[in-house]
Design a protein. Structure first.
Length: 385
């Protein structure tokens, strides 16, 4: 090969290598951009992944997936109807049979349904027979529709409940009867980007970075309407939001304690799990998370509570399980180890994400009542009753 031909060949090879590198870089950038957008996307589309295979006498046979075979008591939701299902009675490789009780009808064979952890639908009155008021809490994005469930006359500690990502106020219904029996008034606000609530200016979630202001507004509403202090209750992403309110809001001194269920205590850890579930290499997931921070102005160090354990300002009751396939429980256990003086950890064995009450409502409610009593949120005589 002549020197001229060899030089020409090398130039072509360099161009090919540069083009391949450029394409690879573009692919990585595209994946990171897509993942960062998905991390904050608002999605309220219906989710009915199971199918009704048979309707039996007092039972229903559903297609089998990880969510249809979970232990415990749940709702059964479909478009236009609702019921309740109990513990799995029989399972095969493709199906599960569960006890069924109708609330609004019975789903026909072939109906797409969802085994609903909220367990109830509607509002406190229609679902539980509890009187409530629909009020508006004013936040910086506008008026947030909010349930106010009165408690015992003169009760000065109130509960402010923060639902999880993509959830609704109905997530609180499992717990309202318990809190009501203890005399605790409860405030259940929507927050920005909920269906029926004002959207954020850019129409996406900010993982707690802006949503904490809505929780702060709800606490302020409670203080204005008779509360001396509050217990914040945050579920899943609601836990991340509640802790940011505790850390950053002017009303933080009024927070007596925090109840968390399957909370996000380290977004990087949660994203690593979700990236792994989507077969993304760990370095690529880490890069995508960095894009999330830069693109949406979020400092995820503020959300790493095991690393920030010394900054925790209030007692915490923390429900989590190693069965949680969505938000890993490692950060929860790490925070409990780092702050045993403030964190009470409860592992409800066998509970999937935010499903501790569903698996064992008696144990769950007893742990909640003990903690509320220990923190002075309810008088000991009420807890004993």
């Amino acid at each position: 090969m002549s020197r001229r031909r060899g030089s020409r060949w090398l130039r072509r090879l360099r161009r090919v290598v540069a083009l391949v590198a450029l394409l690879a870089l573009a692919a990585v950038a595209g994946i990171c951009w897509y993942f960062s957008g998905a991390a904050v996307a608002v999605d309220h589309s219906p989710y009915h992944p199971q199918l009704v295979q048979r309707v039996l006498d007092g039972r229903v046979q559903l297609s089998r997936d990880p969510w249809s075979v979970v232990p415990g008591t749940y709702g059964l939701a479909w478009e236009g109807g609702y019921g309740t299902v109990g513990e799995p009675a029989r399972t095969t490789a493709t199906s599960v049979v569960r006890p069924y009780a109708p609330v609004r009808g019975t789903p026909p064979v072939g109906t797409s349904v969802w085994v609903d952890p909220f367990a109830y639908e509607g509002d406190p009155k229609t679902a539980l027979g509890l009187d409530f008021q629909e009020v508006a809490v004013r936040s910086d994005v506008g008026d947030l529709p909010t349930w106010y469930v009165p408690g015992a006359a003169g009760e000065k500690t109130w509960v402010v409940f923060v639902h999880g990502r993509g959830g609704t106020r109905e997530e609180s219904l499992r717990y309202l009867r318990m809190w009501h029996s203890l005399g605790l008034p409860v405030v259940v606000p929507m927050y920005r980007n909920d269906v029926g609530a004002p959207p954020s200016p850019d129409g996406v979630y900010h993982l707690g970075e802006t949503e904490w202001r809505d929780v702060s507004a709800a606490v302020q509403w409670a203080l204005t309407h008779g509360a001396d202090d509050v217990v914040l209750a945050g579920w899943s992403m609601g836990g991340a939001i509640a802790l940011q309110a505790l850390d950053r809001a002017a009303v933080a001194p009024a927070v007596r304690g925090v109840v968390l269920d399957s909370p996000v205590l380290d977004w990087r850890d949660t994203f690593a799990r979700q990236g792994s579930d989507r077969a993304l290499p760990r370095p690529l997931t880490a890069l995508a998370v960095r894009v999330v921070e830069q693109r949406y102005g979020i400092d995820l160090d503020r959300y790493d509570w095991p690393a920030r354990a010394r900054d925790l300002k209030a007692p915490v009751l923390l429900f989590h399980s190693d069965e949680d396939s969505f938000v890993p429980d490692g950060p929860s256990r790490a925070l409990a180890r780092a702050r045993p003086d403030l964190v009470t950890f409860v592992d409800v064995d066998g509970a999937e994400h935010t499903r501790g009450w569903n698996v064992d409502p008696t144990t769950y409610s007893a742990a909640m009542t003990r903690w509320l009593t220990a923190t002075g949120s309810v008088p000991a005589r009420e807890a004993a009753g």
